[in-house]
Ligand binder design. Structure first.
Ligand code: G4P
Length: 526
């Protein structure tokens, strides 16, 4: 037990992920209502750019403003300190979401009962799988008709490549939705349309108790018993360790809009979800309950006010306690820094705090000292792994459109890349800079921000690339020969590592065949 173990074990830091429109914002809001963090519905602004507004700059600025305010929402519930990290809804900002996932200890995935598993969720789940992040699934919109729950569970297992275990079970759906049987707590939660919450919750330790008929009628009672029998037969007994290891995802059913099943989800979540886990640094494993403070920057919000180069660096505390005005080591600079106005995020307010503990997120006002991945410690040299860059999907050459502003452009590009807006690769053949993103919108955001925040103008030129892969090999001879053969397609990433720019899937496949000793990686961390 460390000095701060008691505080740290209360922390539940997680993100909600979903395909847009599955109900992430609604669920977040209902969780905040239960946590007493907000008092009226509708208080959480939807943190998403509507599809129609993709080229509306005001909308982008607004989005950036809102997402600072709602980036982290903390509240106390039942003796626990819950921190929800928001993730951008728009898929062009998926890279931001990937990074947020590096700062959470668990995840809740929202799936729409009618739509099932959608593309974006699949991709985000890959990141969770890679990091073995424990996942709970919330199947939403049971007040509407949707897929057969058993079929949906099969789909989740297949599409998300994770085993599931229902911990609640719906009793019919849509207009005829009666509620759920809570397998975890062995009780029946009844739903009455238009009442918008659990209307009655009855303990039912034995589902064969004939009183069940009195609550949901003969037919549904029989159906429920059959379903539960099938569940107990098909799915293994729920073992919390399989969840904590990221092997099995418990599943809950409900309707976020109707506030149904949300409290039950939260009650189970705080009990089973992990408190901050040990984190692997390059030097050693850092246990969250160690007394010494350590943390890393996982997100930077820069230049909220273009007139004052103000940034907020978001730090996930990995171990110990952070104190205001204490000296901490900025490991990359090797120098000590003090922070006089760190902020924490409670409810929807950002306020200065005197201390924070492992699991918490703090915002540090900054004037350009931080990059994503930087670590802060009580003095030890620690570098945290697990902040990979993913191979971008869209590429463009970036060119200077105003020769008088070369320096500004350089600085702007460097800072935006440090902030993680996109990735830059320098082609070693022609020296040109290539910007790689996961969505078209990011190119527009970069151009807009370069102009408004740095006074620099850029223009984009097309380049036809399929993927950027980080390469490595122990066979140095083969590596050298590969680099020579592909010299036109070799680039360096911002850390000076070798990146191969494949112009088609076929060429990449041939390269993998011809150079068997070379490893091609699609994330920067391997
Ligand atoms: P997102 O953040 O994942 O993108 O989803 P969001 O919560 O914004 O929800 C998307 C839409 O689905 C919203 O409707 C929301 O009201 C609705 N919704 C969420 N949960 C449920 C549910 O349990 N049942 C039903 N029937 N609908 C649900 P909208 O019309 O797009 O927006 P709004 O005008 O209602 O805000």
């Amino acid at each position: 037990m460390g000095q701060f173990s008691e505080e740290i074990r209360k922390r539940r830091t997680f993100a909600i992920i979903s395909h847009p429109d599955a109900g992430k914002t609604t669920l977040t809001e209902k969780l905040l209502l239960f946590g007493g963090a907000i008092h009226v519905a509708g208080a959480v602004k939807s943190n998403k750019i509507k599809k129609t507004a993709t080229s509306d700059w005001m909308e982008i600025e607004k989005q950036r403003g809102i997402s600072v305010a709602t980036s982290v929402m903390g509240f106390n519930y039942d003796g626990y300190k819950v921190n929800i990290l928001d993730t951008p809804g728009h898929q062009d900002f998926a890279e931001d979401t990937f990074r947020t996932l590096t700062a959470v200890d668990s995840v809740i995935i929202v799936v729409d009962i009618a739509k099932g598993v959608e593309a974006q969720t699949r991709k985000l789940m890959e990141v969770c799988r890679m990091r073995k992040t424990p996942v709970i699934v919330f199947v939403n919109k049971l007040d509407r008709d949707g897929k057969d729950p058993f079929d949906l569970l099969d789909e989740i297992e297949e599409e998300l490549k994770i085993n599931v275990r229902p911990l609640s079970w719906p009793i019919d759906m849509g207009q005829r939705f009666k509620g759920v049987y809570n397998i975890f707590e062995k009780k029946l939660d009844l739903y009455t349309p238009s009442k918008q919450f659990v209307t009655e919750s009855v303990q039912f330790n034995d589902i064969n108790n004939p009183e069940l008929e009195g609550h949901i009628g003969n037919e549904l009672a029989q159906q429920l018993r059959a379903d539960i029998e099938l569940i107990e037969g098909v799915y293994p007994e729920f073992d919390v360790n399989t969840y904590l290891n990221g092997d099995i995802a418990p599943v809950f059913f409900g309707s976020a809009l109707n506030n149904f099943g949300v409290k039950e989800l939260l009650d189970c979540f705080v009990r089973i979800a992990p408190s901050p886990r040990a984190i692997q640094a390059i030097e050693r494993e850092v246990d969250s309950e160690e007394d010494a403070f350590s943390g890393f920057v996982f997100k930077i919000h820069a230049n909220m006010d273009p007139n004052h180069r103000s940034c907020i660096a978001f730090v996930k505390i990995c171990s110990g306690r952070f104190e205001r005005n204490a000296n901490y080591k900025h490991v990359r600079f090797g120098k000590n820094m003090r922070f006089s106005s760190p902020t924490a995020f409670m409810a929807q307010k950002k306020e200065t705090v005197d201390e924070a503990f492992a699991g918490d997120i703090i915002g540090l006002p900054d004037t350009g000292n931080f990059k994503i991945g930087d670590s802060l410690t009580g003095g030890e040299n620690l570098h945290f792994k697990g902040l990979p860059s993913f191979s971008p999907e869209m590429f463009k050459y970036i060119e200077n459109a105003d020769p008088m502003k070369t320096k500004q452009l350089q600085k702007g590009v460097d800072q935006l890349m440090d902030e993680g807006v996109a990735q830059v690769f320098v082609n070693q053949f022609n020296g040109r800079k290539i910007i790689g993103t996961v969505g078209q919108l990011q190119f527009e955001v970069i151009q807009y921000r370069l102009l408004h925040e740095y006074g620099a103008q850029c223009k984009w030129e097309p380049i036809s690339l399929y993927k950027a892969c980080w390469i490595e090999s122990e066979n140095l001879e083969m590596l050298a020969s590969f680099k020579k053969r592909k010299s036109q397609y070799m680039a360096l990433d911002k850390d000076g590592r070798d990146v191969y720019l494949a112009d088609s899937g076929y060429v990449l496949m041939m390269a993998q065949q011809d150079f068997p000793d070379i490893k091609f990686h699609f994330t920067s961390e391997f």
